[in-house]
Design a protein around this ligand. Structure first.
Ligand code: FAD
Length: 473
């Protein structure tokens, strides 16, 4: 099989101007946001303009049994969008339209390349909210969010991407197009294929159209900054607020390291004396927000927290910009920033925080702890240098222990960043052999040649046999 022939067929299928082959250009696609990962240049990058062109690319790839890696904005943190050897990267970034914003049915129909923040802004203009809110909201695409089942800051109260997707158009591994669901909020016809495709990391099909439900924009909101002298006390406050039957829209934790780095990068008035802060946002009817604010304040004070309510929108925006910029700030602090997203039941957040502190001490490394603490989704962020081989050995050992601790506390390897290439080797910690075999059976059934994002999420041997293209040679 010749790579040149494969690329020539791609060009024939969708046009020269939609296929990138220059070596320097291809190098840009050897990356996503995953740190310390292998960088492999793809054989080509295809820029389809519609589902038919996505299907045409996949048909060529299927004929040559050539890997296809779908790509949105390339902000994956688990290696999902990284090319494998000889792959064609299928960039969906140009398919970025809002096809319909149906305010009456509180539904939007969008293309996969639409940036999540653009949907949030469009929905707000008609008094509606699209709640999934990854910190990467200004870059990440809807297709990438569906493929990773992105969560984010509002996950605590509103859930994650899978809670909003009610319809999908998907190009399957042979280039045929399937449609599931639609505009109805209720739909139990057939298998729940939407849940299967959401979070499948581009390994089962390529999403070309997404229908999501929207919710009314909450009429009131209040942001509170709570500062603690003790990180463990912040963890206990998180558990206490939930136990007090208050579900904030957002409850973000940042430890001392994260606060110091953020303040040195872009000062937002975060307290440098604190061992940890919680950023809490309540939303809903004004009377509900007022009631919940009293509960949050009481619980935090019991744990020794100092509470400040954002005085106006400008202060609110400054605080949230600090949180959203935290990864960027941490990335400037050290050459390599490894962000994990091991997740535990909410009540075990204090135990996980203690476990992280012990792991950092044991291995002599720096872990900044931050994340969506309200839903148990911590982002222990290891500040390191991939050029330091000795330290990287200790980091790798620590990463394994982070996952082991999360699973031992009844948690999961990933709350929202996906498995990709980075956590595959830990799958057996969370799943038994039967469960892994069931996942492999799904992958084999939908992608028998193993061409869709191979090597991601789960390893499956490729089916033997000659491709149509090989037999023509
Ligand atoms: C600074 C920063 C902050 C972040 N914060 C959060 C956060 O708070 N919450 C969170 O959940 N994540 C977060 N992320 C991770 C990342 O932004 C999300 O996983 C996001 O959903 C990826 O979207 P993307 O468009 O960049 O997808 P990509 O990185 O391009 O791709 C991700 C995966 O989706 C697949 N894919 C892409 N498009 C399609 C498609 N149309 N059909 C099928 N498969 C497809 C790819 O093959 C790949 O496996 C963060 C990342 C960064 C860099």
């Amino acid at each position: 099989m010749s790579a040149d022939r494969f690329v020539r067929e791609l060009v024939r299928a969708i046009g020269r101007e939609k296929v990138l082959t220059g070596v320097e250009d291809l190098a840009c696609y050897a990356y996503d946001a995953t740190p310390a990962a292998p960088r492999i240049c793809p054989a080509a990058v295809a820029f389809p303009a519609c589902a038919d062109e996505v299907a045409a690319v996949i048909r060529v790839a299927a004929a040559y049994r050539n890997p296809v890696v779908a790509r949105g904005a390339g902000t994956s943190l688990s290696g999902g969008a990284l090319p494998v050897d000889g792959a064609v990267v299928l960039s969906l970034a140009g398919m970025d339209a809002i096809l319909e914003l149906d305010a009456e049915n509180m539904v939007a129909v969008v293309q996969p390349g639409l940036v999540v923040g653009d949907l949030v802004a469009a929905a707000e203009r008609v008094g509606l909210l699209y709640p999934p809110d990854p910190a990467s909201v200004a870059m990440a695409t809807m297709g990438g969010s569906v493929a990773e089942c992105a969560g984010g800051l509002r996950g605590l109260k509103y859930g994650v991407t899978r809670d909003y997707v009610i319809g999908l158009e998907v190009v399957l591994a042979d280039g045929s197009v399937a449609r599931f669901g639609g505009k109805t909020v209720k739909n139990v016809s057939g298998y729940d294929m939407i849940r299967l495709f959401v979070g499948s990391e581009g390994t089962l099909g390529v999403v070309t159209e997404i229908t999501v439900r929207l919710v009314p924009l909450p009429p009131d909101r209040r942001t509170m900054l709570v500062s603690f002298e003790d990180l463990a006390a912040a963890g206990r406050a998180v558990a206490g607020i939930i136990a007090g039957k208050v579900v904030p829209a957002t409850m973000e934790l940042m430890d001392k390291v994260a606060v110091e780095v953020v303040e040195s990068f872009a000062p937002a008035g975060l307290p440098l004396w604190a061992d940890a802060i919680l950023l809490v946002e309540l939303d809903g009817l004004p009377e509900v927000v007022a009631h919940d604010a009293i509960v949050v304040e009481q619980v935090c004070r019991v744990e020794g927290g100092a509470v400040r309510v954002a005085a106006d929108d400008a202060e609110r925006d400054r605080l949230w910009a600090a949180r959203r910029g935290a990864f960027g700030a941490l990335a400037r602090h050290s050459p390599t920033t490894i962000v994990e997203d091991a997740t535990v039941p909410r009540s075990r957040v204090p135990d996980m925080i203690v476990a992280l502190q012990q792991i950092a001490r044991r291995h002599g490394i720096t872990i900044a702890t931050m994340g969506h603490a309200g839903d148990g989704n911590l982002h222990p962020t290891i500040l390191t240098d991939e050029g330091d081989a000795e330290e990287m050995k200790r980091v790798q050992a620590a990463v394994g222990e982070v996952f082991a601790a999360a699973v031992a506390l009844g948690g999961t390897l990933s709350g929202e960043h996906g498995i990709g290439t980075e956590k595959k080797r830990f799958l057996a910690q969370e799943f038994d052999a039967t469960s892994i075999a069931a996942m492999r059976a799904v992958k084999r059934a939908l992608d028998p040649q193993g061409i869709l994002n191979p090597g991601k999420l789960i390893d499956v041997e490729r089916a033997a046999g000659q491709t149509a293209a090989e037999s023509r040679e």
